[in-house]
Design a protein around this ligand. Structure first.
Ligand SMILES: Cc1cc2nc3c(=O)[nH]c(=O)nc-3n(C[C@H](O)[C@H](O)[C@H](O)COP(=O)(O)OP(=O)(O)OC[C@H]3O[C@@H](n4cnc5c(N)ncnc54)[C@H](O)[C@@H]3O)c2cc1C
Length: 493
């Protein structure tokens, strides 16, 4: 029997692979997912994601399920010095941010991955094979042939797909096979990640995240969900790593705030935080996403967020190419759009790391004085545009469009669905011949009307990932924009 050729094979079923499985499954593509592990990685790494990521989950049809296992983060991050003085508060948000949801959420990563995996089960066109390790990849030009070992039986078999996405994590065997080098943005620092579960009746701890900027031992405190709490503790020169993760050492380090009477240890592991971005996210029919192409210290809680943004960017492009609506060259815009975007987050995470990780007492004192004088080095959370990518115009092209609630009571993305959309004045919509969802920016839709006015245009075209494709001031500009959209069958995949 000949081996079938799937549309897409995903290597890795972490957050990147599981989100992409949902998006491609929803698009009706035939997807095969291969992961060498038997189940979800049980130890939580990520604990925070942002409003844009909730919007991607919403667009995958999983918002209610994700809301049920998350906690909106409304209280922000407090930077506190060695004396206990609060130097700065950043990032507290309202429950209704620009994405039609809270701007920050906290969660337990294994629970989130479980929801994503259950979501993928909705699609008969998504096959998942756990304990299947990909050992070889060959791009044959017309499709890709993977050599896969079934770790249950020890048997090898071939899997074929027209495209392969390596969501295979920081060590990414596919990245190695593709020969895509990593660029180092300079931070490399070990930290202990120490997760605890509060005991019943334990005293309330700060709701908010705290960055203890104590030069003697920088630490972070996070309220996760339920009774889960996290300490991140910087490893200092001279520390014995094996000794550092022993319960007695850990309790000593946090004794100012917590004792074994208050909580049970869930785990303590040393991670080395890196700041790396790969070059070469696509080679032919091979693509990479998530930690496989970028790693950053978790000071902004953005590593997994970037992974989810990657796959939201990639999903609609793969669909357009596989359905013959766009040339394969569309996939080259993936790296050029995403790489500068993620770099903005990596750079800010490194910068915040430099501030938090100050261990020289004099430098720390000078930093505290600057903070107290209202001159913090920390800037606003970045909302970078995409890199040049499609090259379809200047900002606001490449910026994320907000998600207001429409007069019908629907959220914008629910009204539009996972496809291109046109928002414009009634006058302009009437003049354009376009086979795509159109929403009138009328008096009844003040958020849409005001957005157009603020950007000096009469219409905007949104991409399926909700980034702005381009804006138009008149019918001619809009028609030109619409004619370039990958809406009709024109190419072969
Ligand atoms: C301490 C810590 C805290 C963090 N906090 C945050 C946070 O608050 N917010 C945030 O957004 N991010 C955070 N992150 C980052 C986040 O955890 C990662 O970015 C995210 O888990 C990456 O997801 P991924 O799907 O790309 O990779 P992974 O989750 O690593 O998944 C890769 C998968 O590929 C599989 N695989 C690998 N090779 C093969 C093969 N040959 N064949 C088959 N399968 C294979 C593996 O089994 C694995 O399941 C944190 C990270 C750490 C370490």
């Amino acid at each position: 029997m000949s081996t079938p050729i799937h549309d897409v094979a995903l290597i890795g079923y972490g957050p990147a692979g599981a989100t992409l499985a949902n998006l491609l499954g929803q698009a009706g593509l035939s997807v095969v997912v291969l992961d060498k592990e038997a189940g979800i990685y049980p130890l939580p790494r990520a604990i925070h994601f942002d409003g844009e990521v909730m919007r991607v989950f919403q667009n995958a049809g999983l918002r209610a399920e994700i809301e049920a296992i998350t906690r909106p983060g409304l209280t922000g991050v407090h930077f506190v010095n060695a004396q206990g003085d609060t130097l700065l508060v950043r990032g507290g948000t309202t429950a209704q941010g620009p994405h039609g949801c809270a701007s920050n959420y906290y969660f337990h990563q294994p629970e989130l991955e479980q929801v994503l995996r259950q979501g993928a089960q909705r699609f008969a066109n998504v096959q998942v094979h756990l304990r299947h390790e990909v050992t070889q990849v060959a791009d044959l030009g017309s499709h890709v042939r993977l050599q896969v070992q079934d770790l249950n039986t020890g048997e090898g078999r071939a899997v074929q797909a027209r495209y392969v996405v390596g969501c295979d994590g920081a060590r990414s065997p596919l990245r190695h096979a593709m020969g895509s080098p990593l660029r180092d943005l300079g931070l490399k620092q070990p930290w202990v990640v120490f997760d605890v579960r509060l005991k019943d009746g334990a005293p309330a701890r700060p709701e908010h995240t705290v960055q203890y900027c104590d030069p003697a031992r920088p630490m972070t405190w996070c309220n996760v969900t339920g009774n889960r709490r996290r300490w991140e503790i910087m490893v200092l020169p001279g520390d014995d790593p094996a000794q550092l993760v022993q319960p007695e050492t850990l309790w000593k380090l946090v004794s100012r705030w917590m004792t074994p009477e208050h909580a049970d240890i869930e785990r303590a592991v040393i991670y080395t935080f890196h700041s790396l971005i790969a070059q070469g996210w696509r080679k032919g029919r091979l693509l990479l996403a998530g930690d496989a192409v970028h790693q950053m210290p978790p000071f902004l809680g953005q590593g997994m967020c970037a992974a989810v943004r990657d796959v939201a960017n990639l999903a609609w492009k793969l669909e357009a190419v596989l359905r013959g609506r766009a040339d394969a060259a569309l996939l080259d815009s993936y790296e050029s759009e995403r790489s500068p975007h993620v770099q903005a987050f990596v750079e800010l995470a490194v910068k915040i790391g430099d501030i938090i990780q100050t261990t020289d007492p004099e430098a720390a004192q000078a930093r505290d004085a600057r903070f107290q004088a209202g001159q913090p080095e920390i800037f606003e959370f970045p909302a970078p545009g995409l890199g040049p990518g499609l090259g379809w115009g200047r900002a606001p092209a490449g910026q994320l469009f907000p998600q207001p609630t429409l007069a019908t009571g629907q959220r914008l993305d629910e009204a539009v669905g996972p496809r291109f959309a046109l928002i414009g004045t009634a006058d302009l919509l009437a003049q354009v011949d376009a086979d795509l969802v159109a929403i009138e920016a009328s008096e009844r839709e003040p958020a849409l009307r005001d957005w157009l006015a603020a950007h000096g245009c009469a219409a905007v075209v949104l991409r399926p990932d909700r980034y702005v494709l381009g804006v138009a001031r008149n019918a001619a500009e809009l028609q030109a924009l619409v004619e370039r959209l990958p809406l009709r069958h024109t190419a072969t995949a």
